[in-house]
Write a protein that binds this ligand. Structure first.
Ligand SMILES: Cc1cc2nc3c(=O)[nH]c(=O)nc-3n(C[C@H](O)[C@H](O)[C@H](O)COP(=O)(O)O)c2cc1C
Length: 404
């Protein structure tokens, strides 16, 4: 029977020392030029000491003209190659492995730092009063789609050469790959839209191009939505089909999440779901029936008991966590040696009902904690949620003036 502490060997022979994985966490610690900063490298050293089997980096952008958030790392050529090499070595001397996550934001790109926003179709994000932060995208031309596919593969190739031993395509959360998959965001009438086969073409072509450049033995994974959780969006049935397609192509690991900026199911769920932990576990059981590819589920895990139980059930092979790593970087070791049973995450409240219920300041608050770890400090559990607003605003303004 598999446990949290059981090692795992991927089909290409790559070993992962245990089943605890840090899911991607956009650190926003890139420099204004999109290079990894010393704080980002420190952060990964600290996380590697924490004892997880695998750490997946925050999303790395494939195109400097399309940045999800200010402070993202961008890899489109070898400009920052030496720093990437140093980052790739952050887990040296530990049993932890670091994979990179590769992304293009599509329409989920903050307007202030992105002049020319592109997406499968010209459909604007609907985020109530926050919609004005995002521009209406322009529909991609076919040759731009082909260029983007090439870019995903080139970014992965550079990161491989820099020394990272695996890569993950960000296919979830309403970013570009997820936009292509969703009939709500992709209403194209050419071969990149319409039927599921057409909507899945973008991600399949990215996978194939990466495989061709990276070779048969290099681990390639994907993070994918179980569903968009929106009317007219990507459904569970479609997601199972895409998982089948990617498995047949030979993908090495599939991480399951869900939601988009408009419906952020990846981070916020109903109270009843939170109590059961693992937001997407029921879907994963369906996915398990159609694939033997290693599966990971992320979102909501907080207790060793729930993680052990779901591993023992056999629906998944890895447990993915994000916020617990940010507040308790050592939790994997403590859980693996039995001294920690439950991770407590108490984000201070603002007292403003709407803000607290929607978790509007939570992401920025976690980003501030990430920065603290990168600076060699401990996370500060009492940090005011309002300090995140100031810091995020400052960062957006500074990075709006980035030179490239
Ligand atoms: C600060 C922060 C940054 C995140 N950045 C990313 C990202 O770059 N890519 C991604 O796939 N998910 C990202 N996520 C989502 C997490 O990977 C994860 O899916 C989500 O937080 C649910 O897991 P948890 O309940 O263990 O936190 C981020 C989450 C947080 C809190």
């Amino acid at each position: 029977m598999q446990h949290l502490s059981s090692p795992f060997t991927l089909k290409n022979g790559t070993g992962i020392s245990n089943r605890i994985v840090k899911s991607a966490t956009s650190e926003v610690l890139g420099t204004t030029k999109g290079a990894p900063s010393p704080e980002l490298i420190n952060l990964y050293k600290r996380w590697a000491e924490g004892g997880a089997g695998l750490l997946i980096t925050g999303n790395i952008m494939v195109d400097a003209r399309a940045i999800g958030e200010p402070g993202n790392v961008v890899v489109e050529d070898k400009t920052h190659f030496e720093l990437l090499k140093t980052w790739a070595q952050a887990a040296a001397g530990t049993d932890t492995t670091i994979w990179t996550q590769i992304n293009h934001p599509g329409r989920q790109a903050i307007g202030l730092i992105n002049r020319n926003v592109v997406a499968p179709s010209a459909i604007r994000l609907k985020l109530g009063p926050m919609s004005s932060l995002f521009r209406k995208p322009r529909a991609l031309e076919e040759e731009e789609i082909l260029d983007l596919i090439e870019r995903y593969a080139t970014t992965a190739e550079i990161l491989k050469e820099a020394g990272f031993p695996g890569v993950q395509i960000h296919g979830a959360h309403g970013y570009l790959v997820s936009q292509f998959l969703s009939p709500r965001m992709n209403i194209r009438t050419d071969k990149w839209g319409g039927s599921l086969d057409n909507r899945a073409r973008f991600v399949l072509e990215i996978y194939r191009k990466m495989r061709a450049k990276l070779g048969g033995n290099y681990p390639i994974g994907i993070k994918i939505n179980s569903a968009d959780f929106q009317r007219g969006g990507f459904t569970e049935e479609e997601s199972v089909e895409v998982i089948k397609m990617l498995s047949e192509e030979g993908i090495d690991m599939i991480e399951i999440s869900g939601g988009t900026y408009e419906a952020p199911a990846m981070m916020f769920s109903k109270q009843s779901t939170r109590e059961r932990e693992a937001y997407f576990i029921e879907y994963t059981k369906k996915a398990r029936k159609v694939t033997n590819t290693p599966l990971m589920v992320t979102g909501g895990f907080r207790t060793a008991a729930a993680m052990e139980y779901t591993l023992a059930e056999g629906a998944l092979d890895f447990v993915g966590l994000a916020r617990p790593f940010i507040l308790h970087p050592n939790f994997p070791k403590e859980m693996l040696n039995g001294t920690l049973e439950k991770i407590e995450l108490n984000v201070p409240k603002t007292g403003i009902k709407f803000v607290d219920e929607k978790g509007l300041l939570e992401l920025g608050w976690y980003e501030q904690q990430i920065r603290r770890i990168g600076e060699g400090k401990e996370p500060k559990l009492t940090l005011s949620p309002f300090s995140a607003v100031t810091a995020t605003t400052r960062s957006i303004i500074q990075k709006s003036f980035r030179k490239n």
